[in-house]
Design a protein around this ligand. Structure first.
Ligand code: BES
Ligand code: ZN
Length: 851
């Protein structure tokens, strides 16, 4: 099962596959523990005289033949080699039959079973668990698939990629890499619709779910149709098969997967009803449906040459789904949400032992590189490119990319070249964003005399594992200038920082301006700029850039909290007044106001303290955040109380952004008011809510103030039959528990009859939630670390991918005091010493410890 010596794979070692696969035919005979897979490949040798290597793992080889004649080959742990001597010099047919056991596949990679349903997950390297094949993205072929139903009658529905050609028969005419292969078989029902492309082709749309879930697909279907239209209007991309299908499965390691014509989704990103899904769930469904659909062009028609190029499809597709969500909802709110996520996950990654470039240069297990850096920073890099060259040139470059590379497996070089060709610009320095890890720091100095304002910017990127002495990058810094009275003296302009230190002049100013720097968060950098409280208050009140308006409030909140932690000061009246004013400012979008009232997370504060040389104390941070929350609640009580009443959304629930924004602000007000009314409003709302957004807002508020026990029981009674809602029930009790009770809560829930730990969603809702409760997880006794390590050791042999992802909870260990460091190190070493540990977890723990 396990590899003896895990190999490091290097970008520099890339060589093309010496064979072309002209056609793939697969015949599946389904059975839970003895599925037969017969594969017939049409192969053309490109370098005659070369051995043919095929990847394969956990396969029982039944027989193999070349041009109909049986051949004897001996598989090893990772595949098989057909010696050149057995291969014809010209095109030939390779046939092989293997047997696999989907019911025993708990890793959820390859062909596995979820609740009696057969399904697949092949990205990145899961196809090799289905048959022997060159399982690499640069080998692209058209596929024909035939599925023979399981004999027990459990699989009336038989699905695969492409267009249907008969019951259980599918043809995908577009050459694709094996990682986009999919098969689904089971007792499923579909919700059907259709879409007419701009050139007038009718596409059948189908969402497949388990019987009983048909009523929860409408929003996903609507999001799909809006995505299809958007890709036509914004990128000129039309869909290319007669049918597009989505299947919802309960057991899934990731969020969703873009298999050609047959996307497979974690059911939490498809199923929604007002009673069971929150506004946030609806928003995620919309974004993820769009993301996977957009991959049809950015990922599938044009794929990656090798897995080092992962950001070519993921960074670009995240950027596209962010643009889409902004267009559907609010650009300002979407940008703030995306930056919050970028800072929480990617800046954290960049600051620790797991830092790596957007295009990594080596890996042991590729599954460990589906990271915030590849995804979120990868998307930021595309956003910067668009900012630098402008939207028209960006569209021109994209058009050229699709025209030039359709049907190919590409590299970042190909991507950059289309923009160089479309604009005539040299992007070689810009390309450093793909190879240099770490978050650049931007130091700011200002000077003003005789109406001239000079801004001097200095960039520096800290060392990261394996990388020192980084060269200056191209950093687009969007800037506006405000006057003392708050009016705009200079509108937004984008400065291009290319040197280590560079000055920019603004002439003919009537007075010394207040700069609004990095508007729209124009680059993923850390701005180090001493701004007086007075100037921050001015920006919060008057900045015309919504992102920086929010950012000013955030900086104030952050410096207030840091001072509370380190100097035990009280929050200033000026800050509390300003926050109250924003909260009550009816000219502002309620969703924006909700974001402005949200305080920086405990992890964000720990990260910031550590960066400024202070060892973070999780308990002190928790206490400070709690006391600021109470101070805001006390100061703003009348405003919050009015908001709670006026933000109520009349009429039946609708998931649109406007209604969701009002609920978000009302929910924030409720949370704060619970500190004043002992949970009275929350208790009433919990019982009367007719939608999950409001029920959960009330439940959360009660849990935070320690008044949740009755609600815990009621909620369970109401929802215990709904898996997705129960995931929330598990997660909130752990993530919102008071720090000293978090580990106990997690342990108790892990012993609950409904804790199905082999289901990744459920595992994450207990153990993942523990890692989100910063002060609880970092309990100085070390019991949080021990509990997580126990469970990761238990999960690893069952599902190494999900176990490996969660080891990242330990990646910030060097931030903390020596006692916590010692305790975490002990647990990491205990995990590392576990016999038979997977390659996935071995690599992660090794990298985290190496720091
Ligand atoms: N291609 C990925 C799914 C994937 C990830 C497969 C890792 C195998 C390993 C898919 O397009 C994706 O990126 N999904 C994200 C959600 C998306 C909205 C960012 C996910 O599953 O988290
Ligand atoms: Zn993706």
């Amino acid at each position: 099962m396990r590899d003896a010596a895990p190999q490091t794979i290097r970008l520099a070692d890339y060589t093309p596959y010496p064979f072309r696969i002209d056609h793939v035919e697969l015949i599946f005979s389904l059975a839970p523990t003895a599925t037969r897979v017969l594969s017939t490949l049409k192969v053309t040798p490109l370098q005659p005289g070369t051995d043919m290597r095929l990847d394969g793992e956990d396969l029982l080889l039944i027989r193999a033949a070349i041009d109909g004649a049986p051949v004897s080959v001996t598989p090893d742990a990772t595949g098989l080699t057909v010696p050149a001597a057995l291969l014809p010099d010209g095109p030939f047919t390779w046939e092989c039959e293997v047997q696999i056991a989907p019911a025993e596949n708990t890793a959820l990679e390859g062909l596995y079973m979820s609740k009696g349903m057969y399904c697949t997950q092949c990205e990145a390297e899961g196809f090799r668990k289905i048959t022997y094949y060159p399982d690499r993205p640069d080998v692209m072929a058209p596929f024909d698939v035939r599925i023979l139903a399981a004999e027990d009658g459990s699989t009336p529905v038989l699905l695969s990629n492409g267009n249907p050609t008969g019951h259980g028969r599918w043809t995908d005419p577009w050459p694709k890499p094996a990682y986009l292969f999919a098969l689904v078989a089971g007792d499923l029902v579909s919700v059907d619709d259709s879409f007419t492309t701009r050139s007038g082709r009718d596409i059948a749309l189908r969402i497949w779910v388990r019987p009983g879930d048909e009523g929860k697909c409408a929003y996903a279907m609507d999001a799909l149709k809006r995505s299809m239209r958007w890709d036509e209007t914004e990128y000129g991309r039309e869909y290319d098969l007669d049918i597009f299908q989505i299947v919802a499965v309960d057991d899934f390691n990731m969020g969703a997967m873009e298999n050609k014509g047959l996307n497979i989704f974690n059911s939490k990103y498809v199923l929604a009803s007002p009673e069971t899904a929150t506004d946030r769930d609806y928003e995620l469904i919309e974004g993820i449906i769009a993301h996977e659909y957009f991959h049809n062009w950015t990922g599938n028609r044009i794929t990656c040459r090798d897995w080092f190029q992962l950001c070519l499809k993921e960074g670009l597709t995240v950027f596209r789904d962010q643009q889409f969500s902004g267009d559907m909802r609010s650009h300002a709110v979407k940008r703030i949400d995306d930056v919050l996520m970028l800072r929480a996950r990617q800046f954290r990654e960049d600051a620790g032992p797991l830092a790596h470039p957007v295009r990594p240069e080596e890996y042991i297990e590729i599954n460990n590189f589906y990271t915030a850096t590849v995804y979120e920073k990868g998307a930021e890099v595309i956003g910067m490119l668009r900012t630098l060259i402008g939207p028209e040139a960006y569209r021109k470059g994209c058009d050229l990319y699709f025209e030039r590379h359709d049907g190919q497996a590409c590299t970042i070089e190909d991507w950059i070249a289309v923009f160089e060709d479309a604009t005539g610009r040299d992007l070689s320095q810009f390309k450093l964003w793909y190879s240099q890890a770490g978050t650049p720091r931007l130091d700011v100095a200002e000077a003003f005399s005789d109406g001239t304002y000079t801004l001097t910017l200095r960039q520096e990127t800290p060392d990261t594992p394996g990388q020192t002495d980084k060269a200056p990058q191209v950093i687009p810094v969007t800037v506006g200038l405000l006057g003392r009275d708050g009016r705009e003296l200079a509108p937004s302009t984008t400065l291009e920082l290319t040197e280590r230190t560079q000055s920019f002049r603004f002439d003919d100013l009537p007075e010394r301006p207040v700069p609004s720097l990095l508007r729209g968060f124009s680059a993923p950098v850390i701005l180090r700029h001493e701004v007086s409280r007075e100037d921050q208050l001015l920006l919060l009140a008057h900045d015309t850039d919504p992102f920086n308006k929010w950012e000013a409030g955030r900086s104030l909140a952050k410096s207030t909290l840091i001072a509370m932690v380190t100097e035990d000061t009280a929050p200033s009246e000026a800050f509390l007044d300003a926050l109250t004013t924003v909260a009550g400012d009816a000219s502002l979008d309620p969703a924006f106001r909700a974001l402005a009232l949200a305080l920086p997370s405990e992890d964000d504060l720990a990260q910031t303290l550590h960066a400024s040389g202070v060892t973070p104390d999780p308990d002190a941070i928790h206490a400070a955040r709690q006391s600021l929350t109470r101070a805001i609640a006390a100061h703003a009580e009348p405003t919050l109380s009015a908001l709670y009443d006026t933000m109520a959304v009349p009429g039946p629930y609708t998931p649109d952004a406007k209604a969701a924004g009002r609920r978000a602000l009302r929910g924030t007000a409720l949370r704060l008011l619970s500190e004043r009314d002992n949970g009275d409003r929350a208790r009433a709302q919990f019982l009367s809510a007719d939608n999950m957004t409001e029920q959960l807002a009330a439940f959360s508020a009660l849990l935070i103030i320690g008044q949740g026990s009755a609600a815990v029981g009621t909620f369970y009674e109401q929802w215990h039959e709904d898996r997705l809602v129960m995931d929330k029930w598990f997660a909130l009790q752990v993530s919102l528990a008071p720090p000293e009770k978090a580990v106990r809560a997690c342990k108790a829930l892990a012993a609950h009859a409904d804790f199905d730990w082999k289901n990744p969603n459920r595992f994450r809702s207990a153990l993942g939630a523990l890692t989100m409760n910063a002060a609880g997880f970092h309990n100085p006794s070390g019991e949080g670390y021990e509990l997580l390590a126990d469970w990761l050791i238990r999960l690893d042999p069952v599902n190494p991918q999900t176990a490996a992802r969660m080891t990242t909870a330990f990646d910030s260990w060097r931030r903390y005091d020596t006692n916590r460091q010692r305790l975490i190190k002990m647990e990491l070493e205990r995990i590392a010493a576990t016999p038979g540990l997977s390659r996935d977890v071995t690599e992660m723990v090794g990298r985290i410890l190496a720091a």
